[in-house]
Write a new protein. Structure first.
Length: 334
């Protein structure tokens, strides 16, 4: 279909209580830059049930306009209902491009919407740019197992759609919020929704891991030597008030749970401080944490790739370096 505007849309996913999930708000940051480049509006799309809180948040973080679709059928995510709502909106307003967070729901929704609209989809992006003249988005994503980054463009079809990893971009600074709110009356008969939630079962792990929201992450890799090696990683994280992360090698070895994994096949994070302990720095891991404000690497191999992306590096045995670091942090706190 042809674009009817130069607007760029961001799908703001909501939680069960009607709040905006972080990834949608994060995407308003690059969305602002890209919309300005092509002289279009930044539009947030909010779908759900009792989503006033999400609408206020999207407005505060810079959306020019917010399209809101509310209904009982949107209380829980379903492919049928959400695809129907977004496609109706696209057919009416005709944006030039749309970004969706690469969450579990987003990875389901993006391909279905693109197929219904007969356009392309670039999945799992980690970088974005746009050509102001043509409006073509440069979607960058890992390819060939993360060994290189591919930039993909969709010049012939609109809207251009891409899913973007959570944690790649940082939330902007909230303001007063003066977005125009447009409420659309779009509903779908529940009999046409082929899946429904029967029961919500919360998985209870030994610990809750919120890597994407953490401000400080201490990660361990193959260099910790085994599951017992994560004891000192946890101690450092505790002293700093941070969260424990891990490389894929440590997770695959069974030393720590997958919920802690950072990297291409784990979580993409962007904390204020990321401490990599005994991690070599494979591109798959770096792709998941390179947007951190400060990266500190501790590795006994002076030629380890991790030092290429680190702001500060310590060449040494982590089991000798970290205890000293913990003691110094405790003294500083005292």
């Amino acid at each position: 279909m042809e674009a009817k505007s130069r607007d760029l849309w961001v799908f703001v996913e909501t939680s069960e209580d009607g709040r905006a999930k972080n990834v949608g708000i994060e995407l308003l940051t690059p969305g602002r830059m890209m919309a300005d480049k092509q002289q279009g509006s930044l539009v947030a799309v909010v779908i759900g049930w009792q989503v006033e809180e999400a609408v206020k948040t999207a407005s505060a973080y810079g959306a020019d306009r917010i399209l809101v679709v509310e209904g009982e059928e949107y209380r829980h995510y379903s492919t049928d209902a959400y695809t129907h709502a977004i496609c109706k909106l696209v057919e009416k307003y005709g944006p030039t491009s749309m970004m969706i967070g690469a969450t579990g729901n987003g990875r389901d929704l993006g391909p279905r919407v693109s197929c219904r609209l007969g356009t392309g989809l670039t999945a799992d992006c980690t970088a974005l740019d746009i050509d102001g003249e043509s409006g073509n988005v440069a979607w960058t994503r890992p390819a060939f197992g993360g060994n290189l980054m591919a930039t993909i463009m969709c010049p012939d079809h609109r809207p251009q759609i891409g899913t973007v990893r959570p944690g790649v971009f940082k939330k902007g600074i909230p303001g007063e919020g003066k977005a125009e709110v447009i409420r659309e009356d779009i509903h779908m008969d529940v009999s046409q929704i082929r899946t429904r939630v029967l029961e919500l079962i919360r998985e209870v792990n030994e610990e809750m891991v919120d890597l994407e929201g953490a401000q400080i992450i201490v990660s361990g890799g193959r260099g910790v030597g085994g599951p017992e090696g994560f004891g000192i990683i946890r101690e450092l994280a505790q002293v700093l008030g941070g969260t424990v992360g891990a490389s894929r090698a440590a997770v695959d070895a069974g030393w720590i749970g997958h919920a802690h994994q950072v990297g291409q096949t784990g979580k993409t994070v962007g904390p204020k401080l990321y401490i990599a302990c005994g991690i070599s720095g494979a591109i798959q891991h770096v792709a998941g944490m390179s947007s951190s404000d400060y990266i500190v690497a501790i590795n006994k191999d002076p030629d380890a790739s991790i030092f290429n992306v680190a702001d500060f590096g310590v060449v040494g045995n982590l089991f000798e370096v970290i205890p000293v670091l913990i003691e110094e942090i405790k003294k500083a706190k005292a």
